[in-house]
Design a protein around this ligand. Sequence first.
Ligand code: PMP
Length: 404
Amino acid sequence: MLDIQKIRADFPILSQTVNGKPLVYFDNGATSQKPQVVIDAEVKYYNEINANIHRGVHTLSQLATDAYEVSRGKVKEHINAKHAHEVLFTSGTTHGINLVSNGFASILKPGDEVVVSSLEHHSNIVPWQMLCEKTGAILKVIPINDNGELIIEEFDKLLSEKTKIVTVNHISNALGIINPIKYIIDKAHAVGAAVLIDGAQAVPHLKPDVQELDCDFYAFSGHKMCGPTGTGILYGKEEWLNKLPPYQGGGEMIKEVTFEKTTYADLPHKFEAGTPNIAGGIVLGTAIDYLNSVGFENIQAYEHELLEHATKRLSEIEGIRIYGTGKNKASVISFNIDGIHPYDVGSIVDKLGIAVRTGHHCAQPIMNFFCIPGTIRASFSFYNTKEEIDTMVDAVKKAQTMLS
Ligand code: PMP
């Protein structure tokens, strides 16, 4: 059992008022709030050990390097990677996906196929479209049903020896649907394709085990899991990371540079050109420690209660339509009210202190599928409460009365 009031006290931002009302923060899918330990760790880094890493022999540089590598080790343990050098620091999920898609430009031939799903965030669509344009490969798309679930038999039919990479999210940001990624990974491997999992929306809710999943790549962002913005991780299997060319050239990623030829550093440095977000990388480790201290089993059980409560309470509203009604869901609820634009509802509830996301959630193909301009999305975290959900339901009802 979680002591929610105690947990809420860890997050200073949650105790403020917005537009004169207590803040109800339900935009966790966009970014999570940060606990005091994370904020303190960032300040401590700059107060005590700020220096560039992997370069200096001086003490501060060594301290910063050690802290950065300790954090890499924490991530390795957290996702159960086989080696720490399979864990690359990135600026976020978008960076990780682009690193892989860019690398595949040297692998794909015209006529090869890349499989994405209809449930993807734009950052797991556009890089692959760009790759296909560059290489002459063909983009194939797994369709969804009316519940917002992938039609898995259609996925099976898309696979062939032409498939070179399959790339899907673990959890959909727009609908909260949890995808059957283990099945997808195994099926894709059976035809010799690599698999990238976009874990951006999964890591705040669960602890992925990359060895058990056997995925080739797993990308996620730190800022959605209580860590700083501009941080992220790309896990890649050693053999894949050795096969792919570097993403960016620059300092840190080389063994030796001459004008005739440059040789590249070993993993992970081959993919970490330039000065990284050192403080952010270190503090991401603090965020992971914090989440583990709350406990992912506790988080999941409690967030499930929040989702059930929200689904039940929102269903009371006449003319509501919830999108993504599949069974396997994270604590995200996307909805619309008949005849009212989602943006108008979002603006009114904001005046009442409630932060929800409105729009297409960077997933326009899903909105096109449902023939809507967007949805209102409430995404819950373990620091939210049922009372906050009741406040949101009242506010949505008020908005409906005002706008009808
Ligand atoms: N994929 C999914 C499923 C997401 O929800 C997001 C962020 N909304 C991203 C990718 C992109 O993450 P970032 O902007 O942190 O790179």
